[in-house]
Design a protein around this ligand. Structure first.
Ligand SMILES: Cc1ncc(COP(=O)(O)O)c(C=O)c1O
Length: 414
C-alpha cells in the first residue's frame, strides 16, 4: 500500500481524459463519478493489449491464444475474489453490471423461491435497478414489495425492517451499501444480522460502495452481492454477481446457451459447473481483463487510502457548500456514515439550470432523479444536483464547483 500523499499527487496523469478541455477551453472538472468513472491508462492498455495480442474465445480451444485469453479472463476472477474477500472463486459470476446481477437473482433465484403472499423488502433510497426487478417478480408471483423508510438525515429506519421480519413472510431483504444520491452508508451489519436471525436472505447492492471503500464479503455475511466495473475505473459492460455457494446451488440458470451446459440432448440438458452455469455464451472477455487492471490499480493505492481521500474531500466540500447562499444539501453530515456523493438543491432553481450554468465552467455534475424516483418522492422533489468524487478529484476542483455555485446564486438572486 502506498502512502496516501504520494499516490494521490500522481494519480491524475494516469487519466488522459482529465487533461482535455471542454466548452470554452475550460479544464474538465469531472464530478459525476457516481454515474461512471474515468479510466486510467493501465485499464485502457490492458484492453488494447488483449485485442492486439491475445484475442481468442475462452474455455473452448487448446491453441496458444485461447489458453492465454482464458488465463487472463480467469485471473480476473481471482482478483475479484481477493478484492472483496471471497474464498471460493466459483461463487463469482461475470455479468454486465449491477443491473444484470440483480435481474439474474430476481429471475434465477426469485422465480424458484418466491411465492404468493411472500414479501421482498427493499429501501426508499434504492436505485431503480434494485426496485424494478422486484416489482416484476412480486407482480408475477402475487407477492409484495415493501420499503424500509428513510429518516430526514438520509438514514434507514431499521424499525421498519423489524416490523416486516415479524410477519414471517419476508423472503429477501435487499439494500444498497451506499446510496447513489445521498451517499449514506447503510448499517449492513445490523441489517444482515437481523435477517440472519429471522432466517431471511440478504442481497447487497455494492455499486457505490465497492469503488470507494474496503468491502469484505466474508465479514458482511450476506447471501448475494452485486457491483459494476465502470464505477471503479473499469470498462462499461462488466460487473460482478457474488452468491453464497449454498444458495447458488439452489438456483436455476438465467440464460441458456453455449458454455453453461455439460451435455445437450434433444430433450434435456445438464448444466456446467459453477460459476459457468451462469455465464452463457461468449462473455465480455476484454472488459473482464480491463476490470482486472482496474482492481490492480485500486489495490495499489489501497482502499483505505481511497476512503480517507474521499472523507477529506467530502468534509471540505460540505463545509464550503454550507456557505453558498440558498443551497440545501441532503443527507447526513456525519462523515463516518456517508461517502463522497453530495446531492443539493437551490430553492426554486431547477437542477438542470444549475448543471447548465456550471457546465459552462467545464464542471460536470449530474442533475435529475439519478434513477431513484422513490427517493425523490420521499424528499418531495423532482430532481437534485449531484456532485460525486473519486480518487483523482482535488480540493481545487471543489473550489471551482463552489465558485460556480456562487455564480448560480448570483444569477438567480438568492
Ligand atoms: C446504487 C446503484 N445500484 C445500481 C446501479 C446500476 O448500475 P449499472 O448501471 O452499472 O448496472 C447504480 C448505477 O448508478 C447505482 O448507483
Amino acid at each position: 500500500m502506498q502512502s496516501a500523499q504520494t499516490s494521490f499527487e500522481n494519480i491524475r496523469k494516469d487519466f488522459p481524459i482529465l487533461a482535455r478541455t471542454v466548452r470554452e477551453n475550460k479544464t474538465l472538472v469531472y464530478l459525476d463519478n457516481a454515474s461512471t468513472t474515468q479510466k486510467p491508462n493501465q485499464v485502457i492498455d490492458a484492453i488494447n493489449d488483449y485485442y492486439r495480442n491475445h484475442n481468442a474465445n475462452i474455455h473452448r480451444a487448446v491453441y496458444a491464444l485461447a489458453e492465454e485469453a482464458t488465463e487472463l479472463y480467469e485471473q480476473t476472477r481471482d482478483k475479484v475474489a481477493n478484492f472483496i474477500n471471497v474464498k471460493n472463486r466459483d461463487e463469482i459470476i461475470f455479468v454486465r453490471g449491477t443491473t444484470e446481477a440483480i435481474n439474474l437473482v430476481a429471475y434465477a433465484w426469485g422465480r424458484a423461491h418466491v411465492k404468493e403472499g411472500d414479501i421482498i423488502v427493499t429501501t426508499e433510497y434504492e436505485h431503480h435497478s434494485n426496485i424494478v426487478p422486484w416489482q416484476l417478480l412480486t407482480q408475477e408471483k402475487g407477492a409484495k414489495i415493501e420499503y424500509i423508510g428513510m429518516d430526514d438525515n438520509g438514514e434507514l429506519i431499521l424499525d421498519d425492517l423489524d416490523k416486516y421480519l415479524a410477519t414471517g413472510k419476508v423472503k429477501l431483504v435487499t439494500f444498497s451499501l451506499m446510496s447513489n444520491v445521498l451517499g449514506t452508508i447503510s448499517d449492513a451489519d445490523a441489517i444482515v444480522s437481523k435477517c440472519k436471525e429471522a432466517g431471511v436472505l440478504t442481497l447487497i447492492d455494492g455499486a457505490q460502495a465497492v469503488p470507494h471503500m474496503k468491502v469484505d464479503l466474508d465479514k458482511l455475511g450476506c447471501d448475494f452481492f452485486a457491483f459494476s466495473g465502470h464505477k471503479m475505473l473499469g470498462p462499461t459492460g462488466i460487473g460482478i454477481l457474488w452468491v453464497k455457494k449454498s444458495v447458488l446451488e439452489t438456483m436455476n440458470p438465467f440464460h441458456g446457451g453455449g458454455d453453461m451446459i455439460r451435455e445437450v440432448h434433444k430433450y434435456e440438458t445438464t448444466w456446467n459447473d459453477l460459476p459457468y452455469k451462469f455465464e452463457a455464451g461468449t462473455p465480455n472477455i476484454a472488459d473482464v481483463i480491463g476490470l482486472g487492471a482496474a482492481i490492480d490499480y485500486l489495490s495499489k493505492i489501497g482502499m483505505d487510502n481511497i476512503r480517507q481521500h474521499e472523507i477529506d474531500l467530502t468534509t471540505y466540500a460540505l463545509e464550503k457548500l454550507s456557505l453558498v447562499k440558498g443551497l440545501h444539501v441532503y443527507g447526513t453530515k456525519d462523515i463516518t456514515k456517508r461517502g463522497g456523493v453530495i446531492s443539493f438543491n437551490f430553492a426554486d432553481v431547477h437542477p438542470h439550470d444549475v448543471a447548465q450554468i456550471i457546465d459552462a465552467e467545464g464542471i460536470a455534475v449530474r442533475s435529475g432523479h439519478h434513477c431513484a424516483q422513490v427517493l425523490m418522492e420521499r424528499l418531495n422533489v423532482a430532481a437534485t444536483s449531484r456532485a460525486s468524487f473519486y480518487i483523482y478529484n482535488t480540493k481545487e476542483e471543489v473550489d471551482k464547483l463552489i465558485n460556480s455555485l456562487n455564480k448560480v446564486a448570483e444569477v438567480f438572486k438568492l
